[in-house]
Design a protein around this ligand. Sequence first.
Ligand code: CP
Length: 318
Amino acid sequence: MKTKGKTKTGFGNFLTDVISISDFSREDIEKVLAEAKRMDEMPRNKKSELLKNTVVASLFFEPSTRTRLSFETAAQNLGARIIGFADPNVTSTKKGESLSDTIHMVENYADIIIMRHYIEGAAKRAAEISRKPIINAGDGANQHPTQTLLDLYTIKKEFGKIDGMKIAIAGDLKYGRTVHSLMYALAMFNNITVYLISPESLKMPRYIIDDTKSSLKIFETQNMDKYLQDADILYATRIQKERFPDEIEYEKVKNAYVVDLAMLKKAKPGIKVMHPLPRVNEISVEIDNTPYALYFQQAANGIPVREALFYLLRGVSK
Ligand code: CP
């Protein structure tokens, strides 16, 4: 978390933006999870004025269903007003306006700015420009810190703990920003094992493994079945077609892994399947109504987690 802010927040230090999960300490993450639990348990009529007179800007330069709609629902649940766009083609970006100028404008209109952008580092750049807090809703293949916070919230809610978990992470580990943030977050907890399952061409970037290997026990494989007897969670991810420079390369790996019932019946009893969604065909729909499926609940947990972030960022001015 950056510490240049002047306004003290509910984090107990000087949070001003949510850009990278690496800006958080474990204590910060636990603060968000505790606040999210409080939001989860609070009746909607009790929280409907917590962000009264706050304007939230929702700037989505890339497609989204869950992240945008859950942020906007969270803001409305707390009584905030929302401005923004889901399609940059209807904005002056289309006429050539720079990201810097867009942020300079929006900081005059809004108190908190959520931004998803296709360029890695765009959220960090926006945070350097803006006097108002920026929340990174995903920047290219780099990071998706609020997804990670809801992933951790989901794990804690389901298993009662994060320490000691064994998590198999499968799919596109190269371009999948959710799993990049997740690796850094898990490295802040104790005794975590991660099994990284991917095609050779989509392995977790080396720098992330190097950054986390002193805290995590990491095993890499291309074989989906190899560690499922040991894993508490199978975290599946979509092959990120839109990030491939070459469609032929995508065609080679697009059906690399499909989680089905037969596979899970051979896995550790009680294993849960998570996925940041959207899925294409990585998880067979036959799983959806079984006790294995945690992914829809995971997506629903985006609301209390994002309410918590808004609450903790309220009133911040840099
Ligand atoms: N998990 C996630 O980021 O989903 P959306 O792309 O639909 O926002």
